[in-house]
Design a protein around this ligand. Structure first.
Ligand SMILES: Nc1ncnc2c1ncn2[C@@H]1O[C@H](COP(=O)(O)OP(=O)(O)OP(=O)(O)O)[C@@H](O)[C@H]1O
Length: 266
């Protein structure tokens, strides 16, 4: 049953979670001893040094890997909707389908009524600025446009949570800024639970309600920051505020401890 935390509903409860891979009698611990509560509708960013276990943790949340220690509970409220949708860095849309069909894919699989599919797909095509490319194939699009398709597809399928693994990492600076702004606008309209992996403190501060900063490999929780910067947010405006600069410098100070020389050989 959902417990009420304050006036928020619990979505993900993680207690002492750990994952160790066993490969030819060798053990590799990806992350360990993570305890965390994520509430319905919150935007979380997981940040931390390379190799600290962020992707593995996200894959455990997605049910693609199983944890080897601790417990994980995810509340699935509406069984008629998918529990989650993932958005990856790249190569996640079907190359043989048009933009329109890619976005409709999950809805068709769930046998959503035709009229509703058309309405939802058209709506997300407009929201992500893909009108001119609705009937193009992925190879005819730029990297930024392809990521728009991934985001539109994930939101259109109406999952209870979105799991995003560095979705903008391979984009150039301008496209990254534009897509961050578009993502946050769409999210502000429907407030889905989001877990988003990033290496960028800027990006984490702009998007999230909470940031989990992880220690170096094997990662665990170093600190959790509550980001109460006012919404709606505009990257250009928010970057100039004292609160943003203060949080940036605090988090960067903590992150630096994890990427310093003592961790370089790992
Ligand atoms: N399938 C696997 N088999 C064995 N070891 C793995 C596997 N997947 C991940 N690892 C190991 O687990 C650790 C964490 O990897 P993971 O990819 O989760 O880190 P990350 O924080 O996402 O890294 P990055 O920021 O560089 O993407 C690494 O040491 C990695 O080698």
């Amino acid at each position: 049953m959902n417990e009420i935390a304050g006036n928020k509903q619990r979505k993900i409860e993680i207690e002492g979670l750990g994952k160790t891979f066993f490969i030819r009698k060798k053990e590799i611990t990806a992350f360990h001893d993570i305890s965390l509560q994520i509430n319905e509708g919150e935007f979380w960013c997981f940040a931390g040094p390379s190799g600290c276990g962020k992707t593995t943790l996200l894959r455990v949340l997605a049910g693609l890997e199983t944890a080897t220690k601790g417990s994980l509970e995810i509340i699935h409220n509406d069984q008629s909707k998918p529990l989650n949708a993932m958005v990856f860095q790249e190569h996640a849309i079907f190359p043989w389908m048009t933009v329109w069909d890619n976005i409709a894919y999950g809805l068709k699989n769930r046998k959503v009524e035709k009229d509703a599919i058309k309405r939802i797909v058209d709506e997300y095509i407009i929201k992500t600025g893909l009108e001119k490319f609705a009937y193009s194939y992925p190879h005819q699009l730029s990297g930024g446009m392809r990521q728009r398709v991934s985001i539109a597809r994930a939101f259109a399928n109406d999952p209870e949570m979105l799991l995003m693994d560095e979705p903008f990492a391979s984009l150039d600076e301008q496209n990254r800024l534009i897509l961050q702004q578009e993502l946050i606008q769409i999210w502000e309209e429907n407030r889905k639970t989001v877990v988003f992996i990033t290496h960028s403190i800027d990006e984490a501060l702009f998007l999230s309600d909470h940031i989990m900063l992880m220690t170096a490999h094997p990662g665990t929780v170093k600190k959790i920051y509550d980001i109460d910067l006012p919404r709606p947010r505009n990257m250009m405006e928010i970057r100039k505020t004292q609160d943003f600069m203060r949080l940036f410098s605090t988090i960067w100070g903590e992150l630096r401890e994890e990427v310093g020389p003592k961790h370089q050989s790992q």
